[in-house]
Design a protein around this ligand. Structure first.
Ligand code: DGL
Length: 295
């Protein structure tokens, strides 16, 4: 068991590997910070789980980041952002860590997605959890009140990606099926948002089955630009983050097998990764999470 202190790092969280597609863009835009990534692979997927379960798992992981010394945590997972973020921000943070911040990926994406569409007819592809939460419809309507939003859950896409089947022939059926189901809702859709951080790995197949005039938007670069803007506006936060002269440190953790994580993660992150294992044990109280870390 080894406690590694990474005080002042930015925490990036996902249920599994998907958040690495967001981290890749964040690190590119803001290389000078230290980052800790946690994939809760042992309990993924989150997309089919209840609000209560996603909230509990996410809060446990957020508390782990706080114990590691992260003043800021990004939920690089749409499902966790949809089902847990608001409760954590409004109910838990004031009680457990009023000086820390947890940000999600839905609001920064909703703020700009209407700018990509000429017809203001926008398709959202996400997990069951994200779609059922209606978070995108609610958030986009605040910034683009005239936009029409069409949503389609793609329950098979995360398992396909997590099992490294995204470039195999079997994936074609499910990718085509979900895109067709979305496009059947309206022929006016000209922009499709990949509202799940796993989906960019399916981009070649999505491009193959989408109508020619439809744009596909993945959110990594949108979230990275939004974080950059947030940090420019919040010096009280940058004062608490470690800023390096050149590149900061990157550390990767998984709640499941490090061998599996390292093998799959490089496809999402674009370079080799050496992860550590961490067990996040729920002790019955949200204010008393016990974490066990192994190298
Ligand atoms: N990558 C997550 C998201 O963006 C979901 C994956 C899962 O179902 O665990 O929604």
């Amino acid at each position: 068991m080894a406690e590694i202190s990474q005080a002042g790092a930015i925490g990036i969280f996902d249920s599994g590997y998907g958040g690495l597609t967001v981290m890749k863009e964040i690190v590119k835009a803001l290389p000078e910070y230290d980052y800790i990534y946690l994939g809760d692979n042992a309990r993924a997927p989150y997309g089919t789980r209840s609000f209560e379960t996603v909230y509990r798992y996410t809060l446990e992981c957020v508390q782990w980041f706080f114990e590691k010394g992260c003043p800021l945590v990004i939920l690089a997972c749409n499902t966790a952002s949809a089902k847990a973020l608001r409760t954590i921000q409004q109910n838990d943070l004031p009680r457990i860590a009023p000086e820390k911040r947890v940000l999600g990926v839905i609001r920064p994406t909703a703020e700009v997605i209407g700018n990509y569409s000429a017809t203001e007819n926008i398709g959202i592809l996400g997990t069951n959890g994200t779609v059922q939460s209606e978070s995108y419809r609610i958030e986009i309507s605040k910034f683009f009140p005239d936009a029409s939003i069409y949503q389609q859950a793609c329950p098979m896409w995360v398992p396909i990606v997590e099992n490294s089947e995204y470039d195999q022939e079997g994936a074609d059926y499910f990718v085509k099926k979900s895109i067709d189901q979305l496009m059947d809702q309206s022929g006016k859709i000209d922009t499709i948002l990949l509202a799940c951080t796993h989906y960019p790995l399916l981009m070649p197949k999505i491009s193959k089955y989408k109508p020619e005039n439809v744009k596909i938007i993945s959110q990594g670069h949108i979230v990275a630009l939004s974080l950059k803007d947030y940090l420019n506006r919040h010096s009280e936060m940058t004062d608490r983050l470690k800023i390096n002269k050149t590149e900061g440190e990157r550390h990767f953790y998984t709640t499941d097998s490090t061998e599996d994580f390292d093998r799959h993660a490089s496809h999402f992150y674009g370079r080799e990764i050496q992860s550590h294992h961490v067990e996040i044990q729920h002790t019955g109280s949200f204010t008393a999470i016990k974490t066990v870390e192994t190298n």
